[in-house]
Design a protein around this ligand. Structure first.
Ligand code: NAP
Length: 244
């Protein structure tokens, strides 16, 4: 059975991804930071599907915890076939000039540093085994840049650069590295937006709606699975056509 570690799997897109991987027979390490109850409930649900599932608390913005996360995932499940770097945070929309250095650091530390720390810990085992798949989660703003979303856009653009660089570095080791760039998705990340504003954002997409976490999960699982065995270094937009 294949094994996957999904960071930020206690809510939103991470939960949908964990469910989909488990439905397709993967054992899943469910990383959470603060939402322990939600992660534990998800693990009970996944275990009911007959796969291995384990909740692991770790703040991916801390290199020591990210390293422990990978070690504990492998101790519980065995060598990882795939890692999904999904954990992320966003700030309320605001001007760059209203953004404090602490806010900038908070976004960069989770959304970009967290990917680096997690992969720095996971890659050596994949290289030893000469196989693996890595999926990062960026954003349409990482590709297109969002007004009043400068720190988030910068961090998510960094994730795309990291993905492409690592695809070149790890391809000779038979490790694929790809990225999913979601558009506007109905999760907690957008819970502070007024419903009208959220609906309007959806209308801006060619498909005229916001997306569901399950729709992003499909793209993530595809890029982690052998169905995408000749695909690496790519950014797959799951955004209803918002960035074309
Ligand atoms: P969400 O519902 O707010 O969930 C965020 C998840 O990340 C939670 O499970 C949270 O865990 C985890 N997390 C946050 N900080 C963490 C940390 N320091 N260490 C470990 N885990 C941490 O967000 P989402 O919408 O599912 O977003 C998932 C990914 O998709 C993010 O990278 C986000 O930037 C990206 N994305 C989302 C959208 C969107 O519209 N929703 C659009 C584009 C890209 P705890 O609750 O346990 O702390």
């Amino acid at each position: 059975m294949s094994k996957v570690l999904i960071t930020g799997a206690s809510r939103g897109i991470g939960v949908a991804a964990a469910r989909l991987f488990a439905q397709r027979g993967w054992d899943v390490a469910v990383n959470f930071n603060s939402s322990r109850d939600k992660a534990q409930a998800l693990v009970r649900e996944l275990s009911g599907l007959g796969v291995g599932a384990v909740p692991i608390q770790a703040d991916v913005a801390d290199p020591v915890q990210a390293e422990r996360l990978v070690r504990e995932s492998e101790a519980a499940l065995g060598p990882l076939d795939a890692v999904v770097c999904n954990a992320g945070v966003a700030l309320p929309q605001q001007l760059l000039t209203d953004t404090t250095p602490d806010q900038w650091r908070q976004v960069m530390s989770v959304d970009l540093d967290g990917v680096f720390y997690t992969l720095r810990a996971a890659v050596p085992g994949m290289v030893r085994r000469q196989r693996g798949a890595i999926v990062t989660v960026s954003s349409m703003w990482g590709a297109a840049g969002g007004s009043c979303e400068a720190p988030y856009s910068a961090a998510k653009a960094g994730v795309i650069g990291l993905t492409k660089a690592l695809a070149k570095e790890l391809g000779p080791s038979n490790i694929r590295v790809n990225c999913v760039a979601p558009g506007v998705i109905g999760t907690d990340m957008n819970r502070d937006l007024p419903p009208e504003a959220l609906a309007q954002l959806g209308e801006d997409a060619p498909l005229c709606r916001i997306g569901g976490a399950e729709e992003v999960a499909e793209a993530i699982e595809f890029l982690a699975s052998s169905r995408s065995s000749f695909i690496t270094g790519q950014v797959l937009a799951a955004d209803g056509g918002m960035v074309i």
